[in-house]
Write a protein of this length. Structure first.
Length: 275
């Protein structure tokens, strides 16, 4: 049995901090309650079956995603791991923090992702493989993600009003100080407006078009669009978060850091987004 780090074991102190959810139909509520009870009783496999049944029903809920991640992590902890469990656990936590607006859930899900990816990196290091699991997002996307799209839009509106006011004051004022104040206001508002508009458009683009997935296989070998493995390409690590550009049946075109290639669609699990 593979040695599991103490940090991964400690991850399982989290299980029922968020073990409550409300669903519109009784069957989904029953499935959630049964999966939660299975987790409480230490039956990780049954818990996984219950949470996956919820996902199959189209339930998109941060609590269910969080607890599904815990169920997979629990199966790893007890030594009953199935290949891909670490990736599926990462997927649950990534999905939970993307869907949630609860700061505590987001914090715990983020911490869990770090622990699990550290475990993946250790395993890859032991087998002599590259340890890069999370190259991070681009600077622009990271900045756009700092605030909600609506907040960027409000900032753009405020900056636009300030720019218009500054230009108006500078145009109509006969007083030197007022003209200088108007010029300074306009000079400060213009770059703020440009940034806020750019971030609003970036956030809107991500909301409407961005598709991301997590690698839920031990490795995903990059290939070309014909499925022929790329020579010298580094396999994507389990638990890696990738951008999905296109899906063509058995192959998916993904971007991961500097890697832009095709991988088997079966090695990925897409991250659900808010409706």
């Amino acid at each position: 049995m593979k040695t599991i780090s103490l940090r991964l074991c400690l991850l399982l102190v989290l299980p029922f901090v968020f073990g409550r959810a409300a669903y519109a139909d009784d069957e989904s509520q029953t499935l959630f309650a049964g999966a939660a009870k299975a987790m409480h009783d230490g039956r990780a496999g049954d818990a996984i079956d219950g949470f996956e049944a919820l996902a199959d029903r189209g339930v998109v809920d941060p609590v269910a995603s969080f607890d599904r991640g815990l169920a997979y992590a629990s199966r790893v902890r007890i030594g009953a791991e199935v290949p891909g469990d670490l990736g599926r656990a990462v997927h649950g936590f990534e999905e939970a923090r993307d869907l949630s607006r609860d700061s505590r859930l987001i914090e715990d899900a983020s911490r869990a992702v770090v622990v699990l990816r550290s475990e993946v990196a250790k395993r890859r290091a032991r087998s002599g493989e590259p340890t890069e699991v999370d190259p991070g997002r681009s600077l622009g996307r990271s900045v756009a993600g700092l605030l909600p799209e609506d907040t960027w839009a409000i900032m753009a509106s405020v900056a636009s009003a300030a720019l218009a006011l500054g230009l108006f004051v500078r145009w109509v004022s006969r007083v030197g100080r007022a003209r200088v104040a108007g010029a300074i206001t306009a000079g400060m508002a213009a770059p703020m407006l440009a940034i806020a508009v750019a971030m609003t458009l970036a956030a809107r683009h991500d909301r409407e078009n961005l598709r991301e997935a997590v690698v839920v296989a031990v490795t995903a070998r990059p290939s070309d669009e014909r499925g022929i493995a790329l020579s010298g390409a580094t396999p994507l690590a389990e638990g890696a978060r990738v951008e999905v550009i296109e899906v063509r049946g058995a192959l998916s075109h993904v971007r991961f850091g500097r890697i832009d290639a095709w991988v088997p669609s079966a090695t990925l699990r897409e991250i659900a987004r808010r409706g």
